[in-house]
Design a protein around this ligand. Structure first.
Ligand SMILES: Nc1ncnc2c1ncn2[C@@H]1O[C@H](COP(=O)(O)OP(=O)(O)OP(=O)(O)O)[C@@H](O)[C@H]1O
Length: 434
């Protein structure tokens, strides 16, 4: 336990703290160094508040994020000649190459395809590349009969048959499934839908800023100048930079990607429509800005491009088997375009302006704190300034002064209401003398 003296002095200090009061004191320091430093801080804070927070960051406006709806329509025709197996001579239109026909904020355009036509449910030789497919006799396949080999195409029937792969002398187990099996090796160097670069897409983007009652459904000033049928987006020309009809090659080139690099094996592109509007100006000046990016930066060691499979099915009546189901299997390579709409509108409002001014004024107090730190802790004359800044006054001293002023014979005590002394005090402090 602490000795009684220590306990006593601790209790006294605690009591002293309770009976203290701090009042700020103004010390007027005439010093070029401190004065300049103070003005520099104040100017910096003012520049931040006015220049950055209010003017640059538009601290006088209230903002709202854009609300938007996007629909797309692709147009264009491609022709592939008969040299491509499974396809033959074919003209492709939008119903063939946009899969699915409509998506939310996205569209896919098939640019290349591997077709396996006329598949039906029957027995055929398994792919020799599938582990466990190679056999010598039926006995080898009997062991795995009814099972699906890893990455195989159907259950093994138990028969060992010659491989379908041209030039191969191997024998493989037969499977039951969609036969003939798909051969997904691409034929030729150029993509099947070579003309896809000339396809156009109409991106219909309706936007709204409900808080400000602004709707961009009517064509804006820029759009009115165009007849949609004739215009085509061209970022470089000011006349056509608002046209919402884009050539696919313009989009990929806008992202710095040659269409040929993306069309053979596919990829993912992003179309960013930015509506950053200052509604203090005319609504007509609220126009979109388009930017393009390739999203699949192409880690080709993992997976190349973008593809998926789909099939169209049909039935054929056969005398012996009746109605038989067939399908054409497509491995579709292409570009998936994602449309992202972003942006916000700002309009003058007194509330954010007052908030910014208020917080800016509070920030000016920081200049005083920093100057105080410099004057009281950093400068050589810090002890001098500390003496001037802090004045230790005891209440007892004040009563002694009052007693001296009141003259002999008059007793003063704390809380006394002596009117003479009060008058003298007021006068000596610079107040109005009676
Ligand atoms: N991908 C596109 N490429 C070029 N023009 C387009 C495209 N999509 C639409 N347009 C044209 O833009 C205009 C508005 O298209 P919208 O879809 O609203 O009308 P539409 O009469 O149904 O179009 P259409 O019947 O020609 O497909 C039409 O003149 C249309 O031909």
């Amino acid at each position: 336990m602490a000795p009684p003296q220590v306990m006593k002095s601790a209790a006294r200090s605690a009591l002293d703290v309770f009976f203290e009061y701090d009042t700020p004191r103004i010390v007027h320091i005439r010093s070029k160094k401190v004065g300049l430093f103070n003005r520099f801080l104040q100017l910096s804070i003012l520049a931040y508040i006015i220049g950055y927070a209010i003017v640059y960051k538009k601290g006088y406006q209230e903002f709202e994020n854009v609300q938007s709806a996007v629909t797309t329509k692709v147009k264009g025709i491609a022709f592939s000649n008969g040299s491509i197996p499974g396809i033959g001579t074919r003209t492709w239109d939008v119903a063939d190459y946009v899969i699915p026909p409509q998506e939310n904020d996205a569209f896919f355009v098939m640019t290349n395809v591997v077709v396996t036509p006329g598949q039906t449910q029957t027995g055929c030789a398994e792919d020799p590349g599938v582990t466990g497919a190679i056999c010598q006799t039926n006995a080898d396949c009997e062991q795995v009969k009814g099972t699906i080999l890893p990455s195989g195409s159907g259950p093994v029937t138990g028969e060992c048959v010659p491989s379908d792969v041209p030039g191969s002398k191997e024998k493989v187990c037969q499977i039951f499934g969609w036969c003939p099996l798909e051969n997904d090796k691409m034929q030729g160097d150029s993509p099947v839908l070579e003309n896809a670069k000339n396809f156009t897409v109409f991106i219909k983007n309706n936007i709204e800023f409900p808080r400000f009652g602004v709707r961009q459904t009517k064509p804006s000033k820029q759009r009115k100048r165009h007849v949609l049928k004739k215009c085509q987006y061209d970022g470089a020309s000011s006349r056509d930079k608002f046209c919402p009809i884009f050539r696919l090659e313009t989009i990929t080139e806008g992202a710095g990607v040659a269409f040929e690099n993306i069309s053979k094996e596919g990829g993912v592109m992003q179309i960013v429509i930015d509506w950053t509007c200052n509604l203090d100006y005319s609504v007509e000046d609220c126009v979109p800005e388009y930017t393009f990016r390739r999203l699949d930066k192409g880690d080709y060691s993992v997976s190349r491009g973008f593809n998926f499979r789909f099939a169209d099915r049909y039935s054929v009546f056969n005398e012996s088997t009746g109605l038989q189901l067939y399908r054409n299997l497509y491995k579709a390579y292409g570009v998936r375009f994602l449309v992202t709409v972003q942006g916000k509108a700002g309009k003058f409002s007194i509330v954010p302006l007052l908030l910014n001014i208020g917080s800016g004024m509070a920030l000016l107090g920081v200049a005083t704190i920093i100057c105080d730190i410099m004057v009281l802790y950093v400068l050589k004359a810090k002890n001098f300034y500390r003496d001037k800044k802090y004045l230790d006054v005891k209440g007892q001293d004040a009563f002694e002064v009052l007693e001296e002023e009141a003259g002999p014979g008059e007793q003063m005590s704390e809380g006394s209401t002596n009117s003479v002394s009060r008058r003298n005090l007021t006068a000596s402090d610079g107040g109005a003398a009676p």
